[in-house]
Ligand binder design. Structure first.
Ligand code: HEM
Length: 481
């Protein structure tokens, strides 16, 4: 039977998601090398270890999380509004720029290619030898700007159209626009610094005159906002799309979703101070950082309640729903750890310890990656019009991810609360069992990620007969029109 052509570009969506999933597998593999490098003396040298510590998160944030959000938005906005993305060419440019940036970041881990070994250091002279890393980040920034403009323009076109946008469209647009804005603000000084470093231009060196504390404010405001606004709001938005598709019922409260977004944006911009609790900032900023993080928890609770209520009582949960609900529960756990750590007295002993790595992985794997995976498990079968390549592999992926990631996060928290610093390759004997356990869980988590990656990529591209049948149906529909 002929079917109508969907408003999204099937190939672009599948391509972006395939690259994102591939970078997820590669980025986590680099993380595993880092983990083994901590547990097995001499496995990698110290410079390679620090390149991994710097590049592994950047590869995953740029190449996995942001690229996946972009792919999901390229599907979801047309899906919920019935209107295509404003510019397909800009969409492809966004994808290729992000891919280029991620490949450069992966290359930066290779010995001799001069990747950065200390991205958090705000001390200006350290930017000089880091040009390849900075250049790749500038390319990623350019991609985000293209993406933000394209999504905003699409949204404005939808607003003039006949079909009112769904609440989640607001989340995506806010994610795109805020991501662009905040990353741009933090990225411009970084771009100037890297250009000054490359060309040794004194005129551009004015950025170096910035007080290191101001520089750190800038970096944290940008980084915190990028993760919390572009990625986090985007992830909540995609949950508002994917959960109703899976359970085949509407959002529990549209008003709750809009209020959740509005309040989140207000408190989020004050919360970045919590990254600087141990820096010489005024007491009022520390108090604002702490209290606004508590409120961030409350606004998030509003969205989580709404999403979990939407998830309950509908169709039976398949693999996609397991990941989505697992990710939302991960968000509750991550949020509780975050609120705990932002409290000044806890921050005194948790700051810069392995506990922060526990928190980071609870955020990026237990919550963000699980929700992204749940949404991708929803989208690929919908775009292809065929079931998943393997439900069984999907279930194995889910349970092995839950087991290994919970183990890794728990061990890192324990090591941190017992006083082991973060970002160190040499381990005191007391912490060797902790690090060995983290390595074992890390390897397990990578195997789980690779199984999921294989299943998703096969679901996206395999099954030639069914694909041919669908294409024939589409061609029939076009001819009938
Ligand atoms: C198999 C899964 C993973 C493994 C084995 C792994 C391993 C590692 C290792 C070894 C480090 C450095 C630890 C140290 O400095 O002592 C690290 C840090 C980090 N990872 Fe992962 N990781 C995994 C997944 C992820 C994912 C999915 C993300 C993000 C989407 C992520 C983001 C980060 C971040 C932000 C840091 C912090 C770097 C820092 O402290 O400066 N990781 N990870």
């Amino acid at each position: 039977m002929p079917v109508d052509k969907p408003p999204y570009n099937e190939k672009t969506v599948l391509r972006i998601l395939t690259w994102a999933v591939s970078f997820f597998v590669i980025g986590t593999f680099i993380g595993v090398i880092g983990r083994i490098g901590i547990s097995v003396p001499g496995f990698i040298d110290n410079i390679t270890f620090y390149r991994i510590v710097t590049h592994h998160p950047l590869i995953l944030v740029v190449g996995w999380a942001s690229l996946a959000v972009m792919g999901i938005v390229h599907y979801s906005i047309p899906k919920i509004s019935g209107k295509p993305i404003y510019s397909e060419i800009t969409g492809s440019a966004t994808m290729w720029l992000t891919i280029t940036s991620t490949i450069m970041l992966i290359m930066g881990v290779i010995p001799g290619l001069n990747g950065s070994t200390a991205r958090y250091s705000a001390l200006p002279p350290l930017f000089h030898p880091f040009f390849p890393t900075m250049l790749s980040l500038c390319i990623a920034l350019t991609a985000v700007i293209f993406y933000g403009g394209n999504i905003l323009k699409t949204f404005l076109t939808i607003a003039e159209g006949d079909k009112p946008p769904h609440t989640s469209a607001w989340y995506f647009v806010m994610s795109a626009v805020l991501g662009t804005l905040f990353l741009g603000m933090a990225g411009v000084p970084l771009l100037l610094q890297s250009l000054a470093g490359l060309f040794q231009v004194d005129g551009l060196d004015y950025v170096y005159a910035l007080d290191p504390l101001v520089n750190k404010h800038l970096i944290w405001w940008g980084l915190h906002s990028y993760v919390n606004q572009m990625i986090n709001i985007g992830v909540l938005g995609m949950c508002y799309v994917a959960i109703p598709i899976n359970v085949k019922k509407g959002i529990y409260s549209e008003k709750g979703a809009t209020w959740g977004l509005f309040l989140y944006i207000i408190v989020n911009n004050m919360a970045y101070f919590h990254h600087m609790m141990m820096d010489p900032i005024p007491m009022w900023q520390k108090v604002v950082g702490q209290v606004s993080t508590w409120f961030l928890g409350l606004t998030t609770a509003l969205s989580l309640f709404n999403l979990l209520k939407t998830a309950s009582g509908g169709e039976k949960w398949g693999v996609a729903m397991k990941f989505l609900v697992g990710g939302l529960i991960g968000f509750i756990v991550e949020g509780c750890i975050g609120i705990f750590h932002s409290t000044l007295v806890v921050n005194l002993f948790a700051h810069n310890t392995q506990a922060i790595l526990g928190y980071i992985h609870a955020t990026f794997y237990s919550y963000i990656s699980m929700c992204l995976l749940g949404t991708i498990y929803t989208i690929i079968p919908d775009v292809r019009g065929v079931p998943l390549y393997s439900e069984k592999l999907g279930t194995i992926h889910f349970w092995t991810a839950i087991f290994n990631m919970t183990g890794m996060v728990a061990v890192l928290l324990l090591a941190g609360y017992s006083g082991m610093p973060r970002n160190v390759q040499v381990v005191e004997p007391y912490f060797q069992p902790h690090m060995a356990a983290a390595t074992a869980f890390g390897i397990g988590l990578w195997v789980s990620t690779a199984i999921g990656g294989y299943n998703l990529i096969m679901s996206a591209w395999y099954c030639p007969e069914k694909r041919a049948a669908k294409e024939a149906a589409l061609a029939g529909s076009a001819a009938a029109h």
